[in-house]
Design a protein around this ligand. Structure first.
Ligand code: ADP
Ligand code: F6P
Length: 324
């Protein structure tokens, strides 16, 4: 039988995401509800290596469910990518009595969790990233808030773009993944959506589409460009030169990552946080919590990291038909 865990740790790692606090709160409170002690590790793996570890109680997470960012702070840590850094991290966990650890982050953070699991610390990953780029799950903490924030910003750009009868290229985040771009493209009724997973670099086709749409009487032309393609400003200059239509680029940037989480992010993050604690209580390790086919489930981290994710072809196809 698995050894009963008495103390768990929690950290947030990689880019912050709205809903991370809801997840942290759920981890802390579900753990306390079951008589476990909780240690908060500040600033991700960097804070672990620096032993920035605090005791958490139910009040440590009061008034946080509605807050964006992460109260535990976050960081990227090069040292933790090395076997020496990982060993040091596991030793520090043991020194502080941390037998189980919840890591909220993306694929990179899960690789760190996987290493700690191999060194004897029971680890559970929670998918926390606005990018939705984790293959094993249909939902990641923060995506819903980020796309809603971006959607509202794009609506505003659209108003001014229509008034001036311009073409607007709006660049959204997502690293190498196009999910934020695709969802905003559909939600904002964009004329073109450029996804790293699909873009063929045929700028002439884009230019022809802009000219055609103008002939059809469209007053604006909204292009959602994913960060993974980038170069929105230079693209705008080339489009303006080729079409004679005033073209502006707007890069939304980090505003997409902040703000109060949506209801969905608060609720799903809360469920996932509580679920992670239940897995640790069952003696599980090296697992990642996921939302798949309408259910909260968990996968082995090795299996989860080996999975591949692609853009939903149907969503991409209809997005083009809806932009006529
Ligand atoms: P995300 O978790 O959002 O994918 P990163 O890829 O930046 O973000 O990873 C966050 C942190 O996780 C890194 O700064 C590093 O400390 C740790 N990490 C990433 N990859 C590995 C790895 N292969 N082994 C150990 N730790 C890793
Ligand atoms: O992974 C989340 C994310 O916001 C990506 O969309 C983006 O590529 C990256 O993080 C930006 O990272 P930084 O905060 O270091 O600029």
């Amino acid at each position: 039988m698995a050894k009963e865990i008495k103390t768990i740790g929690i950290l947030t790692s990689g880019g912050d995401a709205p809903g991370m606090n809801a997840a942290t709160r759920a981890v802390v409170r579900n753990a306390i509800a079951h008589g476990l002690k909780v240690k908060g590790i500040m600033k991700g793996y960097q804070g672990l290596l620096n032993e920035e570890i605090i005791d958490m109680d139910a009040r440590s997470v009061s008034d946080t469910i509605q807050k964006g960012g992460t109260i535990l702070y976050t960081a990227r840590c090069a040292e933790f990518r090395t076997p020496e850094g990982q060993k040091k991290g596991a030793d520090i966990c043991k020194k502080h009595g941390i037998e189980g650890l919840v890591v909220i982050g993306g694929d990179g953070s899960f690789q760190g969790a996987q290493k700690l699991a191999a060194l004897g610390i029971n680890t559970i990953g929670l998918p926390g990233t606005i990018d939705l780029d984790i293959a094993c799950t249909d939902y990641t903490i923060g995506f819903d808030t980020a796309v809603n924030t971006a959607m509202e910003a794009i609506d505003k750009v659209r108003d001014t773009s229509t008034s001036h009868e311009r073409c607007s290229i709006i660049e959204v985040m997502g690293r190498n993944a196009g999910y934020i771009a695709l969802w905003c493209g559909i939600a904002n009724g964009a004329e073109d959506i450029l996804l790293p997973e699909r873009y063929d670099n045929d700028e002439q086709k884009l230019i022809n589409n802009i000219i055609q749409n103008r002939k059809k009487g469209k007053k604006h032309h909204i292009i959602i460009n994913a960060e993974g393609i980038g170069h929105s400003t230079s693209m705008a200059k080339r489009i303006e030169a080729a079409t004679g239509i005033e073209t502006r680029a707007t890069i939304l940037g980090h505003m997409q990552r902040g703000g109060s989480p949506t209801c969905k992010d608060r609720v799903y993050a809360s469920i996932m946080g509580a679920y992670a604690v239940d897995l640790l209580r069952e003696g599980k390790s090296n697992r990642v919590v996921a939302y798949k086919n309408g259910k909260f489930v968990d996968f082995d981290i090795d299996e989860a990291l080996a999975m591949k994710k692609d853009i939903d072809e149907y969503q991409y196809t209809i997005s083009k038909n809806l932009a006529r």
